[in-house]
Design a protein around this ligand. Sequence first.
Ligand code: HEC
Ligand code: HEC
Ligand code: HEC
Ligand code: HEC
Length: 434
Amino acid sequence: MTTHRSLALAALAGLSLLAGLAADPAKPGFTLYYTHDAMGYLESCGCAGPVIGLADMVNELMARRKAVTGPTLTLDGGNLSKDQSRGRIVWDALSRGGYDVVAFGPSDVAWQHEYWPMVFEKKLPVLVGPWFQHGNNLANGIAVPRWTKKLGDLTVGVTSSGPRAEVVDKEVKATQAVLAELRKTCDVVILVSYHDIGVERALVDTGLLGDADLVIGCRGCALLENPEQTRNTWFLPEAPQGRRFGQLKLSVSPADAALAQTGRKYKLALAYESITPKQSAKADDPIVADTRKQQQREARIQVAKGYDSDLDVMAKYGYVPSDRCATCHREQYVAWGRSRHAQAFRTLLDKKALRDECLPCHAYEIKATGKFLTPTKQERGVECIACHGNGMVHLYIPRKDTIDRGDRTLCVGCHTQVNDPNWDAEKRWAAIAH
Ligand code: HEC
Ligand code: HEC
Ligand code: HEC
Ligand code: HEC
């Protein structure tokens, strides 16, 4: 298990100054657990550790919540899935995991005709932007533009800018109004946002959204390692649901005069930790069972679409298997054959993880052709064309200008922070140089 832990020292430093003078020291508030952007991920990559499923995540979350002292709040920022079949499983997992509230995100709009009937049973409140109208959902309380809860001595309010990712003046104003309202009655105000983080920080800076204390979910929050502050608003690092979640222990101390001017009663101090769950779920866990069923369903659909191992048919898609390049580039082919790239497809077979979400990086032919062409051939994976582009023309007109030379900046498209946290460009290139 990897975790990284950090304290938001800036806020604490302010407190320690106070400690000598003030009679009222920091006191614990509550613990926030948050996730967002499940995007239909039922099992996470397993590249940098064991494969983690939704069930593992929910188990870990529940265990943490039980172990922590004081009240807790568990929030999902939405984007459950791109479609209903996986979205339903994510929704069930969140309901079982004892979430308090879930926001409605841009990717959920794509299947909203199935989404709203699914949430009709009101297992969990669904947050939408105050401006968002969809049928009678607001009127009958299936969707809520704001949500509040009493946690110990503190009242927490949550609202959302969703499901829109673009910034629209009218909508920002509506969000601003709800934040201002929450500010009056709540001690901690949370905003779920899908805007670009740079834009959102500017909106906070100009005062428009300055009433929020915490913002989660912005596009680009993956770049934050720790909570970062703009004025009195903290932007929280990403917590892609199913892979990692955020744990934020909040404590509060009385606001100084300047802070009180902004309508805040308390100054917040945050202790943040990003948690990667352990593999723990058993096969009889209902979420695991649902996940397996869905994977089998998808595999059946794939088979029905048809596998095709005929090279000429593959050629139609522009896919050239690496052995075709070997005729003329023997040395490079041998070097490649020794690298892990040639084994990336076998890795999935070994792990029994022949799943949609693994294919773009581990079985490049899928990315090239959009079709699963050679399910049994094992020496496949990150092939020559993954880095050198479509090789069809080059095969027949073998010259320098008919193929991409190879660009080392492409590596991080697959060697992402999540899948390869120890990425080192020089060392890694040395390991596959050819
Ligand atoms: C029929 C022989 C042949 C085949 C097959 C072939 N190549 Fe080439 N390749 C060449 C020749 C010839 C050159 C040009 C060498 C030169 O001018 O120095 C070349 C050049 C290259 C270069 C260097 C490009 C540059 O800008 O310097 C790359 C990369 C390359 N090939 C990749 C591939 C890949 C990937 C495949 C399989 C999809 C492939 N080749 C298949 C003959 C071939
Ligand atoms: C299409 C996705 C993709 C691209 C692009 C890619 N890689 Fe990889 N790479 C992988 C995968 C997947 C693995 C793991 C293969 C396995 O072990 O199953 C891997 C493994 C490796 C390894 C072996 C790591 C180890 O722990 O043994 C090295 C080294 C490496 N890649 C270097 C590079 C470099 C350098 C580039 C850019 C020039 C690059 N990769 C581009 C997907 C990619
Ligand atoms: C975004 C690209 C990407 C996706 C998607 C991805 N992987 Fe990986 N995977 C990598 C890279 C890159 C490495 C090499 C990491 C390293 O060297 O530390 C890797 C390594 C691995 C390894 C370790 C191989 C070894 O023996 O060292 C396993 C196992 C693995 N991936 C499984 C999976 C599974 C299962 C999935 C789908 C659920 C998946 N991966 C999805 C990029 C990806
Ligand atoms: C992970 C990405 C990756 C894969 C996979 C890969 N290459 Fe490359 N290749 C590169 C990069 C990057 C360069 C350019 C290196 C540099 O910066 O000089 C390169 C360079 C080359 C060159 C030019 C070498 C020279 O010195 O002029 C050839 C030829 C070549 N590759 C062929 C292949 C063949 C054939 C395969 C498959 C058997 C393959 N490559 C697989 C990334 C890759």
